[in-house]
Design a protein around this ligand. Structure first.
Ligand SMILES: *Cc1c(COP(=O)(O)O)cnc(C)c1O
Length: 507
């Protein structure tokens, strides 16, 4: 090795001319691949079947002895992987809460990854720590919390819900048994802890209860009304019944935007019950939180500021690249329940020096600077543009629901509160050897697969009772009723063809 070793210059971003030119070329190459194989694609999906998705071939050499030029590797990845991706920006890629990404956020991602700040300790993210904290404070205000509130960016709703249940559990043990779960592990009473949520709440509430040592048994589903909203009456009855059984309700989870129906629980009523029974109130607004941007729909979130903790996802209706979520709490001192100090990372003496190490508020250590992309896109678009996008999607969902309602071939499952539309193709024929439910289920399932295999659309399925339903999640403001109408026509045709084939083969 010579004193002036430049062998690795072009592999890293640095002041050398080699580095700058190789960086620019790499980004230009990647951009070209992206445009060619993704942006210009005019289908939701290439149509590749699961059996055909086999790049790289088994036995491939992950790290060959000698490397290949980046442009060649990118070409191969473009043709084999990018081209066969779910095209999230396509108007008929409408299966899940899986959004198209804003261009300003894609630019932000370049900055986030290249600067590679880590949000755990201030010395790894000096300006970034400050910006994330400011963004969190603004989000707290946006949702109506006061200056006692605080929060942290997370990897998404799963982590935010986990943190909400963690704080609810630990606060309950501390308050009622002077017991520190962080220090002592679960108290003897933990098997009696109960969490109440609606029967259409997200599965990650059960997952969190399981991971937190309470078991899925701790989650008590409460009946919903005809619009899939938590019924306050049933909720109160359930709380009383649990107490009579000697069980210990610790928290209520209200959902603002259920994943299947977009339904929003009656937050004000639920908050009153949480207060009356001294229960932690967690609001899972992963999906519906975005309505806060809209003058027309903000009222649906009325009461959200009563939450002790709140989940919001930005990689859904805020159009951020994955991952981007936040966890907010009304009373910042509750973060003390999970605070830990590591001598090498965030020594307690840092606090005396006024140094903010965000690791004390997170269950992650190394953590991305995802706040930056939200900041950049909010500054760029402005509130009105976000509101316009969200309102546009809601209108499209409502118009699509009207089409379904007026059509005898379809059964509409919900009047969309946000932009998820759930429906079923109703078989028009019957056959004695095929039970009604399984015939319908078989056809609806096959419709979804047929659309994906043609690459025409990616739609979802879900189940209500015994029936399988189809779902459009209309997050993309570029999806119009022209797209959904034509897709419904295709679904009708596919359904009719399938019926004919199935009846033939059933003899
Ligand atoms: C998406 C979603 C989650 C899970 O969030 P991830 O970001 O996927 O981890 C939780 N709750 C609701 C209501 C959701 O829609």
């Amino acid at each position: 090795m010579t004193f002036d070793d430049r062998r690795f210059d072009h592999f890293f971003l640095n002041p050398s001319a080699d580095s700058i030119s190789s960086y620019k070329a790499a980004i230009a190459d990647a951009t070209e691949i992206l445009i060619q194989h993704f942006a210009l694609a005019n289908q939701a999906y290439s149509g590749l079947l699961p059996q055909q998705c086999k790049f790289p071939e088994p036995g491939f050499d992950l790290c060959p002895e000698e490397g290949t030029p980046l442009s060649d590797v990118l070409q191969q990845v473009g043709a084999m992987v990018i081209q066969h991706s779910a095209n999230v920006s396509h108007p008929t890629c409408i299966a899940h809460l899986h959004c198209p990404t804003l261009v300003p956020s894609l630019a932000a991602e370049l900055l986030i990854s290249a600067t590679n700040q880590s949000m755990d300790s201030w010395d790894q993210s000096p300006a970034a720590t400050f910006l994330e904290q400011r963004v969190i404070e603004s989000l707290c205000q946006l949702f109506g919390f006061d200056h006692q509130a605080d929060g942290v960016f997370t990897s998404g709703g799963t982590q935010s819900n986990f943190m909400g249940m963690l704080l609810a559990r630990d606060r309950y043990a501390q308050k009622h048994f002077r017991w520190s779960i962080q220090e002592q592990g679960l108290p003897p009473q933990a098997s009696q802890f109960r969490i109440l949520c609606s029967d259409v709440a997200h599965f990650t509430i059960r997952q969190a209860a399981a991971l937190l040592g309470l078991g899925q048994q701790a989650v008590v589903p409460v009946a919903t009304d005809a619009d899939y909203r938590l019924s306050p009456h049933h909720l109160e009855q359930q709380i009383i019944a649990l107490k009579q059984e000697g069980l210990l309700p610790i928290a209520i989870v209200a959902t603002a935007g259920t994943t299947d129906f977009g339904s929003i629980d009656p937050l004000t009523d639920v908050a009153q019950l949480a207060k009356a029974y001294d229960l932690w109130l967690h609001v899972d607004a992963a999906y519906g939180g975005a309505l806060i941007m809209s003058d027309t729909y903000r009222h649906l979130l009325h009461g959200i500021a009563a939450a002790d903790s709140l989940t919001i996802d930005f990689h859904k209706l805020f159009y951020q690249p994955i991952s981007c979520g936040a966890f907010l709490i009304k009373e910042r001192t509750h973060f003390d329940l999970l605070k830990l100090h590591a001598d090498y990372l965030n020594p307690e003496t840092n606090e005396d020096l006024g140094i903010l190490d965000l690791v004390v508020k997170s269950v992650q250590t190394t953590r991305r600077f995802d706040a930056l992309k939200l900041f950049i896109s909010m500054q760029c678009l402005g509130r009105k543009t976000f509101a316009d996008m969200i309102e546009t999607t809601i209108n499209t969902a409502r118009e699509t629901a009207s089409l379904l309602k007026a059509d005898d071939v379809f059964e509409l499952a919900n009047i969309p509160t946000i932009n998820a539309v759930v429906f079923r193709y109703i078989p028009q024929t019957q056959h004695s050897s095929l039970a009604l439910v399984s015939f319908s289920n078989q056809i609806n399932q096959s419709i979804r697969l047929a659309l994906m295999q043609k690459g025409q659309a990616i739609i979802a399925q879900t189940q209500i009772g015994a029936f399988i339903y189809l779902k459009f999640t209309l997050l993309n403001p570029r999806t119009t009723v022209v797209h959904t109408k034509s897709l419904l026509e295709d679904i009708r045709t596919i359904g009719q063809d399938l019926e004919a084939t199935l009846l033939l083969s059933a003899g």
